[in-house]
Ligand binder design. Structure first.
Ligand code: ARG
Length: 469
């Protein structure tokens, strides 16, 4: 049955039909649309709204379509969208009786329902992928609780830490990304079906029944809201954008750390490219593309927010234009997540270089100042000044951090306060040793192996609670 045979005469131009058709990205909701139609038809039958045998025929045809697959449909843009293609299929199978399936239903509530059904599945998969990645990070962290490196603030050497401590930051960031997706899921998991075009219908439908048949947790209670709202998409894309942002930080560090200058990691060949002209090159292209995809996701978020802005209630066809941005966000974020996961799992951390950097540029300065506070009961600000001057003079005189001793500290202290410091040389040496420093950070969240083990344990518990082993 041609949708246009009533109100309209003739066809749309083929340009206009292609311009307005959602067929290409509707393919993604093919199975969900069958499910939605089966649930709606079943409810119509149970409520005695349509004849039982017609309902059975419709459901039978829908199941046939499911086994035949999407190729059984005519997906020409002139058909408009998948909902019409599906109804056309059922009509071809059982004749005019197929027309009963659209009783008390509109494509407006139907598409919103389908999109939510598919997005729920996608989110479940992304959530599992995220837990999987966190698990990998915990495995790497467990093996590196004593792998020294320097930590940075302002991208300048700051304090010694360990590779495990550093990558647990990734794990905790990803845990929040996971939680954001769990939260977004709650609002995806709401059923608009039964809203019909915008006011429900005078047929005695049972919305709770279709909600239950489709496995939703809640109803979209206002029928105008039900067909007008795509905030569940915008929110999901934000959560995915934030995830991408966190992943891009990992990509960025792999790019930076694999430079000759840092020399801290080696990315495996599987995740590297070379140059067509410079034979020596090993380039981190995969991480670079990962970093760039984040921008693509932000673009999708802005596109969606812009489309949604100031739309009048209720359904407007503009809403259709949001959908491809949703799927592109889902696909981009998911591929980025899994690539970053496997790339990180493939790297070699250069422990020797990590130690060298931690020893080479006064990353121990904070601990040295803390030592003065502890040993000499000196206000931290005074200690800060003495150590700051010590570093400046060491740099000027070409003295290496490890060569700083109690005599040198005494000299600097004399200059500033006209009295020696008098701290035991043994204690000074210990305060300058990155590993000793790392071990002192025992507060929860700190860099000591025990504190790191504790966080690993907590994150493993979290994975278990979320059903991931
Ligand atoms: N393809 C449409 C969408 O994605 C389905 C709903 C169309 N409704 C309409 N009245 N034309 O939003």
């Amino acid at each position: 049955m041609n949708l246009r045979s009533g109100r309209l005469k003739g066809k749309m131009t083929s340009d206009a039909a292609s311009f307005t058709s959602s067929m290409e990205f509707d393919k993604r909701i093919f199975l969900a649309d069958i499910k939605c139609n089966v649930a709606h038809t079943t409810m119509l039958k149970e409520q005695g709204i349509i004849p039982s045998e017609n309902a059975d025929k419709i459901v039978e045809a829908l199941h046939d379509l499911e086994s035949e697959g999407i190729d059984a449909l005519n997906l020409d843009p002139s058909v408009e969208d998948i909902h019409m293609a599906l109804e056309n299929y059922v009509t071809a199978r059982i004749g005019e009786r197929a027309g009963f399936m659209h009783t008390g239903k509109s494509r407006n509530d139907q598409v919103a329902t389908d999109l939510r059904l598919v997005l729920k599945e996608e989110l479940d998969e992304i959530k599992m992928d995220l837990l999987d990645f966190i698990g990998t990070i915990l495995d790497i962290a467990s093996e590196n609780t004593e792998t020294i490196m320097v930590g940075y603030t302002h991208l300048q050497h700051a304090q010694p830490t360990t590779f495990a401590h550093h990558i647990l930051a990734y794990a905790n960031e990803l845990r929040r990304d996971y939680e954001r997706l769990v939260d977004a899921y709650k609002r995806v998991d709401m059923c608009p079906l039964g809203a019909a075009a915008m006011t429900t219908t005078s047929f005695p439908i049972d919305r709770e029944r279709t909600m239950e048949l489709l496995g939703f947790s809640r109803l979209m209670e206002n029928s105008i809201d039900a067909v007008s709202s795509r905030d569940f998409m915008a929110e999901t894309i934000f959560a995915l954008s934030m995830l991408a942002s966190n992943l891009s930080k990992i990509c960025e560090e792999l790019i930076l750390w694999s430079t000759y200058e840092f020399g801290m990691v080696e990315i495996s060949n599987e995740y590297s490219s070379t140059s067509s002209i410079m034979p020596q090159k090993k380039n981190p292209d995969v991480a670079e593309i990962g970093r760039a995809k984040t921008g693509v996701l932000y673009g999708e978020l802005v596109a969606v927010m812009s489309i949604l802005k100031a739309l009048p209630h209720s359904y407007n066809r503009d809403l259709q234009e949001v959908t491809p941005h949703l799927w592109n966000s889902v696909d981009t974020a998911r591929s980025m997540l899994n690539i970053t996961h496997h790339m990180l799992a493939s790297i070699e951390f250069n422990a020797e270089r990590g130690r060298e950097l931690a020893n080479s540029n006064f990353a121990a300065a904070t601990e040295l100042a803390d030592l003065m506070v502890k040993e000499k009961n000196m206000p931290f600000r005074v200690a800060h000044q003495i150590v700051g001057r010590t570093v400046t003079e060491a740099i000027e005189k070409g003295i290496k951090p490890a060569e700083i001793d109690s005599d040198f500290l005494d000299e600097v202290s004399m200059e500033i306060h006209s009295k020696p410091l008098g701290i035991d040389d043994e204690l000074v040496k210990r305060a300058l040793d990155p590993y000793e420093i790392v071990k002192t950070r025992r507060a929860i969240g700190g860099s000591s192996p025990e504190a790191v083990e504790e966080v690993i344990k907590r994150l493993r518990n979290f994975l278990k609670e979320e059903g991931f082993n």
